[in-house]
Design a protein around this ligand. Sequence first.
Ligand code: SF4
Length: 364
Amino acid sequence: MHLSDNGSNVKNAGKSVVWEDNDFNFFTLIDGKEVFIGRGKEVPYPLEEGDCWSLPNGKTFAYKNGVLEHVKPLDEEKRLKECLEGIYEKFEESYLYSDPLGFVRKFDDIKDIEVAGFIAAGFAFGGVPQILKILDKIDKIVGHKFYEFALNFNAADGFKVFKGFYYRFIKEKDIVALFLILSEILKKYNSIESFFLEGYNPADINLKNAIISFSKRAMGLVDFAPVYGSAVLPKDSMVHFFFTSPADGSPCKRINLYLRWMVRNSDNLDFGIWSGEIQPYQLIIPVDTHMARISRYIGLTKYGNPSFKMAEEITENLKKLDCFDPVKYDFAITRLGILDLCKKSKNIENCGKCAIYDICNLNG
Ligand code: SF4
């Protein structure tokens, strides 16, 4: 309900106005924006000079000189950190069911984890139930032995086992090409990590250059003729979708997600099975639509659309909260969107219960 919808519930409070909807939710206008200020008895109406109250999420309002205002925390960065630490603690491993990472947790052998992880991250687009379904299908095809399957892979056999395969715009040729590349990496370098490290510079502030190198070298590693009938990739080939590059402006969400899984080891979410050469502070936040949207709401980015620049900006802002491990907040922030806790617009039911309400610009 908006102020103009029901004039009878509008109350004058000094120089401010307060109104109430039929569910006892109180609102006011602050800087021209409609702001939720509490439910029922949370709001000490009628307001008296000096009244001050906080919502359960910590957002605080004060009534001074006849004006109702949102008392911003003295230290916004501290508040941001408190809120994000709060959801980081909340969304721990019991929420892995809502993520492709939960699929990779089915593997014990680190060689399988490395390869299954790359496939799981690569297919991490679309809804989580669909992603998990296609990953289970691939798992059955490879006999739960991702490393061995990839290592011994050849295009002729690949076309037999992946006959009729598709997931959205990924067709059987594309998954055959993907396994062909992984096979070559494993034969020549023993692991995806060794191949990745060839383009890694420990002095770089982040992995941008290493990802550019990784994707470029991967796409030049095999002869695609047995797959696409031509050594040059046809325009409709989608294998490059698994090897995106910051050089094209892509946020490289799925590669950054994979790197997070392989490098971080400070909680029970990520595996951290790589050797330790890459430091967690060099990781870049995986930006999907949830991360982009919520990061805008809480002031982590000024960019509108997902891009590599946006990913770097969000990561740099998160480094102010944890300079050693900025991407630790990724899983928690994206749960708000994936679990539909945060709608795509202000929603009184969800926002009133939201753990990051106090830092969300969507709420004034
Ligand atoms: S306060 Fe509302 S809009 Fe903001 S992050 Fe929370 S649920 Fe989303």
